[in-house]
Design a binder for this molecule. Structure first.
Ligand SMILES: [Fe+2]
Length: 421
C-alpha cells in the first residue's frame, strides 16, 4: 500500500511539473511596430498569455531602458479554435528622429526573446511608404525588392484594411518586416462587421484617434497620412466626418499629405456594382463630397483597398475629368477582382481578367524626395518569386502642386509571368 501511495504521489508530482512547463507563455506573432509618431512608437506582440513580457530598448544593443505592457487585448479566434491569443503592447515615448533604436521583447512569463529595431525618419528626409491591404500582405521579398529599387529603407507600411477575417489576421506578424517597419491601418468592413469589435483591432492602438470610427492622422517624417473615417459601403461621409477630414488637410505645414481609407472611390472592379446598401454604386456619393476637399488642399493621392485589383485613375476631379491639378485614386489590393467596365478615368487595372489563374500578385510603393513623388507598382509570381521576377506594371510621378505628364498616360503594359511546367 505504501508503495502504491508513493507511486501515485510521484505521478502527481510529474504531471504538475509537466503542466508548469506546458504553460510557459510564448510569443506566437511579432514583435511588430505600430502607432508611429515623431517621438513615439508602440511595440506589440501576440502571445498565448495576457500581460506577459516587457520591452528593453535603447540606442545600442545593450538597451538600457525598460518599458512594461500598457495594453493587452484578447484576440478573437476562429469559432472552433481553443487556443487563447492576446495582443500585448508597450508604448515607447520621448524618442528622437534619426536615431536607430534597438529593442527586445522578453521576460515576465515569456519564454525566449525576440528582437527588432527601427528608426523614426527626420522631417526633411526622403520618405518611402509601402502598401498592403485586404489579403495582399506585404512580404519580406516584396519589401526587399522595393528597398533595393529605391535605395532607401522603407519608413512606413500603410494598410488599407480588411486584414482580419473570421478572427485572425491575414498576416500573423510572422514576416520579419513587421519588426522594423511601423504599420498604420485604415479601419474597414471586416473589422467593423466582426461582432467582438475591439478584440481584433490591436493594431489600431492610436493616440488621438476618435473612438467612434477610429479615424486618425499621423505625421511621420516628411508626410502627413490621414486615415479614415470608416464609412460603410455606399454610404456618404457625414458633415462631421468631412469637417474632420478638412481640418486634417488644412492644419498641417507638411507639404506632402495623403489620404487612405478602405472603401474605394473610383472602381472598375467588382465593387463598382453595388452589392450592399443603396443603388448608388459604391464610392459615387463619397467622391462627390470629398474630392473637392482633396483638390482644394493639394492632396494628390487617395489610397484604398476593398476591390481586389490594382487600379489607378488618371489625376481627376470629382466627376472623373482629367486634370493635372486633380487627385489620383489608387487601389493597391491586387487580387481576384474582375474588370466590370472601362471608365474613362481609369489609367491602369490589373485584376483577375489579366491573371485568370491568380498567378500574380504585386507590391506598390510611394517615394517622396524633395519636390517629387513617385508611385510604382510591380507584379511578381505568387509561387516561388525571386527578385528578378518583379516586373514594372505601373508608374507615375507628381509634385505637391500638380501631376507630371506620365500620370496622364495609361500604365505600361505588363504580361503576367508564364507558368513554368
Ligand atoms: Fe472590404
Amino acid at each position: 500500500m505504501k508503495v502504491k501511495i508513493t507511486l501515485t504521489a510521484l505521478l502527481v508530482l510529474l504531471l504538475s511539473v509537466m503542466t508548469v512547463e506546458a504553460s510557459g507563455a510564448e510569443i506566437v506573432g511579432g514583435p511588430y511596430l505600430c502607432n508611429p509618431r515623431m517621438d513615439g512608437m508602440t511595440v506589440g506582440w501576440v502571445a498565448d498569455t495576457a500581460n506577459a513580457g516587457q520591452v528593453d530598448y535603447g540606442k545600442t544593443k545593450a538597451y538600457g531602458n525598460k518599458a512594461v505592457v500598457t495594453l493587452c487585448d484578447r484576440i478573437v479566434q476562429k469559432p472552433k479554435v481553443k487556443t487563447q491569443r492576446f495582443a500585448c503592447r508597450v508604448r515607447l515615448r520621448k524618442l528622437v528622429p534619426g536615431v536607430t533604436y534597438y529593442y527586445k521583447v522578453s521576460g515576465k512569463g515569456l519564454s525566449g526573446q525576440k528582437e527588432g529595431q527601427f528608426r523614426i525618419p527626420k522631417r526633411d528626409e526622403p520618405h518611402l511608404t509601402v502598401f498592403q491591404t485586404d489579403d495582399c500582405a506585404l512580404t519580406d521579398l516584396g519589401l526587399r525588392f522595393v528597398e533595393k529599387k529605391v535605395g532607401r529603407a522603407a519608413d512606413l507600411l500603410v494598410d488599407g484594411g480588411d486584414t482580419v477575417q473570421r478572427g485572425r489576421d491575414y498576416y500573423d506578424f510572422k514576416a520579419q518586416l513587421y519588426r522594423r517597419l511601423p504599420l498604420v491601418v485604415a479601419k474597414s468592413n471586416h473589422e467593423h462587421d466582426w461582432p467582438d469589435k475591439q478584440a481584433n483591432l490591436h493594431h489600431f492602438d492610436y493616440e488621438n484617434c476618435t473612438a467612434e470610427n477610429l479615424e486618425h492622422v499621423i505625421d511621420y517624417g516628411a508626410v502627413r497620412w490621414i486615415l479614415g473615417p470608416y464609412v460603410r459601403y455606399s454610404d456618404n461621409f457625414t458633415q462631421k466626418q468631412l469637417t474632420w477630414i478638412e481640418e486634417q488637410l488644412k492644419s498641417t505645414e507638411r507639404k506632402w499629405k495623403f489620404y487612405a481609407c478602405h472603401h474605394i472611390f473610383f472602381s472598375d472592379g467588382y465593387h463598382a456594382d453595388l452589392r450592399w446598401g443603396t443603388k448608388a454604386g459604391e464610392g459615387k456619393a463619397r467622391r462627390q463630397s470629398v474630392w473637392p476637399l482633396f483638390m482644394k488642399y493639394d492632396m494628390r493621392l487617395a489610397v484604398n483597398g476593398h476591390d481586389h485589383a490594382y487600379q489607378r485613375t488618371f489625376p481627376i476631379d470629382k466627376d472623373g475629368n482629367k486634370t493635372l491639378r486633380g487627385t489620383v485614386n489608387l487601389d493597391v489590393a491586387i487580387g481576384g477582382s474582375i474588370q466590370r467596365r472601362q471608365s474613362p478615368w481609369m489609367a491602369r487595372f490589373i485584376g483577375r481578367g489579366k491573371d485568370k489563374d491568380k498567378r500574380i500578385t504585386g507590391v506598390t510603393y510611394l517615394y517622396v524626395s524633395g519636390e517629387k513623388a513617385t508611385v510604382e507598382f510591380y507584379t511578381y509570381p505568387k509561387k516561388d518569386p525571386k527578385l528578378e521576377d518583379f516586373k514594372l506594371a505601373d508608374r507615375f510621378t507628381f509634385s505637391t502642386k500638380n501631376f507630371h505628364q506620365d500620370a496622364m498616360a495609361p500604365g505600361p503594359s505588363n504580361k503576367a509571368p508564364r507558368k513554368t511546367k
